[in-house]
Structures are given as C-alpha cells and as structure tokens.
Design a protein around this ligand. Structure first.
Ligand SMILES: *Cc1c(COP(=O)(O)O)cnc(C)c1O
Length: 319
C-alpha cells in the first residue's frame, strides 16, 4: 500500500501579535497533506490500514458522530486504498444527509445509525456491529481512529517539522495524537495540548494512559524508537473549550475569521480554532516567550465547518 505522504508545509506566521511578543510561531499544515484524508486522521489511519491489509480484511468498520472528521477520513481512505467501509453513526437518520455524510456516502461508505444511548455502551456497540456484518471480513477501527496503532502513526507527525523548536501545540479530543507527538519529542522540546471538550482532567488522564507501558511493546515491535522521557515534557490546557465539544461563540468565530484574514490559514471550529485561540492567549500572557519557537499543528478538520453552515447558523451548537 503506497501510503505516501505528500508535501506538508511549515508556514511561518508574521502578524501583529507574534511581532509584538517576539515569538516565532509556525503552523504545520497537516490539513494540506492530502486533499481528502486530512490532517491527523491520516496519521492515525496509516498503521491501521497496513494492519487491516495484513489481516486480509476487505472492510473497515468504524464509529463516529454525524460530522466526524474520522468518519470522513476513513471513507476517503477506504475508497483510495480499496477497502469497503461501514460507518456506525451516532444519532438518528435524517432524510437529508449533512455534508459530511453526503461525502462519505459518495465515497461508498455504508451507514448504520444507532441511538445516542446505545452508542455510549461501546462493548454492546461492537457486539452489535460484529453481528450485523457477520459475513464480511472486518477490521475494526475505534472512534476517532484512536488506538495504539493510531498513536504510533502520530509519532511520525513531528518528522515534518524541519527545524528546531521549543514547543509543539496540538488540539486534543481523545489525546491519541498528543500522545504520539509527546513520544516523538527530543530533549528540550515540549508538547502543549488544548482540550476541546469540557471534562476536568480528561485528556491528562487519557494521554497518560496512551503513554503507559501497555502499548510500548506493540510500538517497539514496529518501530525502533529512541527512548524519551515522557513524564514531564507535556502539559494540557483546559481553559479553551468554549463551553464544550463543538460549542462555539462569537469570540471564537471572530478570532478564526481574523486569523484567516491575517495569515490565509483556515481553521475549524471544533479543534484547530480553539487551539490557535489558546496559542495566542499564551503568547500574550508571556507563557511562550520572546525568541522561543512555537509550532502549532494544524490537524485539519475543515470538512466539519460545513456542518455548522448546514445548520443555517454558525452560532448554534451541535452534538
Ligand atoms: C480528531 C481531531 C483532533 C483530535 O485528535 P485526538 O487524537 O482525538 O486527540 C484534533 N484536530 C482535528 C482537526 C481532529 O479532526
């Protein structure tokens, strides 16, 4: 499987705030890596797809919300690399497909809707999916593409940062991407995560779990990785969730609009917009200091923006 990674630019930011505070801010544009399998989801899928191929699976089955970036990425990857795909979608079916679901259906993904309550019980949900599609040789990918192989793929993100840096910043939903990034750091580099959902200590706990020994065995089997101390080279900010997952307000949408105008980089409302808001807040508070180099990972997710517009009002919440 030619899982080639294309050009991933590292784009320098030179606006009033970065100038005023003397911080070297650069954006790693994973959103440009591939047109349809965008951002960190590409990295999370890489070793999962290789594993699926090795196992002789013909079908990828995964889970997600109706606007999920991971569902979109899996559908596109299936089409590109020759897997059938099934998406178990949280929530009821609507007569009109939203832009995400229309895209995945066009990619050939088979959709199966389950109620929100049913979706919450992951064990039952897996059992249901297994029974439902008994005849297919299925490779299961968990929600968000977040498993040990997903973390492993995310360890390759920082290879595309072709210069020294002090901090690397990342939006966190499950923490799998952050864990991969943390594992790949060199001495004197720190990772800063931005939790996009409202739940005290959630990402801190999840990242710690991902970093724990249980997955390092699988990791070292596939990739020889230089040992790094992952105890104190990372931190999580919990103040930039804007009320919860996929919640937005005018301050956030205004920031995103302004940032795009100044720097010609689009951001999404759910992840990268909140991260970048936090990055600028930390710059203006002097947490990132003059002369330091900060890399913000653009993890993609732009397909999700059409979901907000689809609802007719960018300020309404979904979930
Ligand atoms: C899924 C996603 C994330 C979060 O990744 P996790 O590994 O779940 O923390 C961040 N940014 C974007 C754009 C995403 O789609």
């Amino acid at each position: 499987m030619g899982f080639e990674l294309l050009n991933i630019p590292l784009q320098g930011i030179n606006d009033a705030i970065t100038k005023q505070f003397g911080v070297n801010l650069l954006v790693l544009r994973l959103d440009l890596a591939q047109p349809e399998i965008s951002g960190n989801k590409l990295f999370k899928l890489k070793y999962n797809l290789l594993e699926a191929e090795k196992a002789g699976a013909k079908t990828l089955l995964t889970f997600g919300g109706a606007f999920s970036n991971h569902i979109a990425a899996t559908a596109a990857a299936g089409k590109k690399y020759g897997f059938k795909t099934i998406g178990i979608i949280r929530g009821e079916e609507h007569s009109e497909l939203n832009p995400t679901l229309k895209f995945v259906a066009d990619c050939g993904m088979k959709l199966q809707y389950v109620s929100r309550t049913f979706y919450q019980n992951k064990k039952e949900l897996y059992e249901f999916a297994r029974k439902q599609f008994e005849k297919e040789k299925i490779y299961f990918i968990p929600e968000g593409g977040s498993n040990a192989l997903g973390v492993l793929g995310c360890q390759e993100i920082t290879k595309f940062i072709t210069r020294d840096f002090d901090y690397v910043c990342c939006a966190c939903g499950t923490g799998a991407t952050m864990a991969g990034v943390v594992r790949s750091l060199k001495k004197n580099q720190k990772a800063v995560g931005f939790q996009v959902l409202k739940a005290d200590g959630y990402i801190k706990k999840e990242v710690s779990n991902w970093l724990s020994d249980s997955i390092s065995e699988q990791e070292s089997a596939i990739q020889n990785q230089e040992k790094v101390n992952v105890k104190n080279n990372w931190s999580i900010n919990e103040e930039y969730h804007f009320g919860g997952y996929a919640k937005i307000n005018e301050e956030l949408t205004e920031f995103i609009k302004q940032f795009e105008q100044n720097n010609t980089i689009p951001l999404d409302y759910v992840y990268t917009g909140k991260m970048m808001f936090g990055v600028y807040d930390l710059i203006s508070k002097g947490v990132f200091k003059s002369g330091e180099t900060v890399i913000a990972i653009h993890t993609g997710g732009l397909q999700g923006n059409s979901g907000f517009e689809f609802r007719g009002n960018k300020l309404t919440q979904y979930g």
